[in-house]
Design a protein. Structure first.
Length: 335
């Protein structure tokens, strides 16, 4: 929302103080832009756009917007927001048949934005605080069985450098539980073969170290030998990047998804499976094999333990299935 001073201040706060990625900041901006359009559309009879607005002074510094300045119409609407208008916005989104998950995300954006305005003393209270988040339908993340993972990992051919690269990508995703965005950001020196760990740059510029299995390391080593031979005859190869495209430049997340779609089809697996499914599979299999929840949280790079707890539902459900298969219902036994 380029015509809003306070929204731009908020997005800069996310980028430079909270260290959010550019993609995340853009998502916040898109949500606020939609909300601003809703306010403008619903504001017939509001003060004209050139009417000045007085905002409180920030503590320890000049106000972001002073009374003598003319503020964009959307900024006037944003700082004078009432709770009932937020509820009307949620009703509007519901009428447009947005999913409950999307509505909850847009509401979370508003909460963060108005929390920021309160913190900067631009408003006295957060009008979104008392608005309840729509009740969510609980959807458990999908995961692959061990045999399905094995079938997928063994699909890429190992007799050429692109096949070896794709096998190394799939092995790394499953062995570490890494996000696709984190995978494509890996550099050559992020793989510690001696220590058998990977140095990962996660969300919000946070770094972590994750162990990686010997099978994945062997495939990465094999791919690197192919890669280095290609790099010797191609000056365009980026010497620091681990996973490169055929031109020697860093792979995109979209490219990884396309490669996985190809191998899912070849392996006869559900094409709806995504690279993130391997992350879910990693977490579920770790818990099934006795890992504690806190350790899995650290390996996944989750900020909150509650985010990781969803996987306990998966493992509980699996245990129930195993038990029921081993102990048929009593009425079946008596037949």
């Amino acid at each position: 929302m380029k015509d809003s001073v306070i929204v731009q201040d908020f997005l800069n706060y996310l980028r430079f103080e909270k260290r959010f990625s550019e993609h995340t900041a853009k998502c916040y901006g898109a949500d606020l832009s939609q909300f601003g359009e809703f306010l403008i559309g619903a504001s017939a009879g509001s003060p004209p756009a050139d009417e000045p607005i007085s905002l409180p002074q920030q503590q320890g510094g000049p106000a972001t917007a002073v009374a003598t300045q003319t503020k964009p119409r959307v900024d006037q609407l944003l700082v004078s927001l009432e709770t009932d208008t937020v509820r009307a916005y949620l009703a509007f989104l519901n009428e447009k048949q947005y999913s409950k998950t999307t509505i909850a995300r847009k509401l979370a954006t508003l909460r963060s934005f108005y929390k920021f305005l309160v913190k900067r003393n631009q408003i006295s209270s957060n009008p979104v605080t008392v608005v309840r988040t729509p009740k969510q339908e609980k959807k458990l993340p999908r995961f692959l069985e061990y045999e399905e993972v094995k079938r997928l990992l063994e699909t890429p051919p190992m007799d050429n450098w692109l096949g070896a690269r794709d096998r190394a990508i799939l092995e790394t995703l499953y062995s570490t539980g890494i996000r696709v965005s984190e995978l494509v950001a890996l550099n050559m020196d992020d793989i510690d073969f001696l220590g058998e760990v990977v140095h990962i740059r996660g969300k919000g510029k946070k770094e972590r170290i994750a162990p990686i299995g010997s099978s994945a390391l062997q495939v990465i080593q094999y791919y690197m030998e192919f890669r280095n031979k290609r790099a010797q005859s191609n000056s365009n190869f980026d010497s620091k990047v681990l996973f490169v495209n055929k031109h020697g430049r860093r792979l995109s997340t979209r490219s990884v998804r396309r490669k996985m779609d190809k191998y899912l089809k070849m392996a006869g697996l559900d094409p709806a499976i995504s690279p993130h499914t391997l992350r879910h599979s990693f977490a579920t299999h770790m818990l099934n094999n006795g890992a504690d929840l806190r350790s899995v949280q650290e390996l996944l790079g989750h900020q909150s333990l509650s985010t990781t707890q969803v996987y306990t539902h998966l493992t509980t459900r699996k245990l129930k299935e195993v038990y029921q298969n081993a102990h048929p219902r009593e009425e079946h036994q008596t037949q």
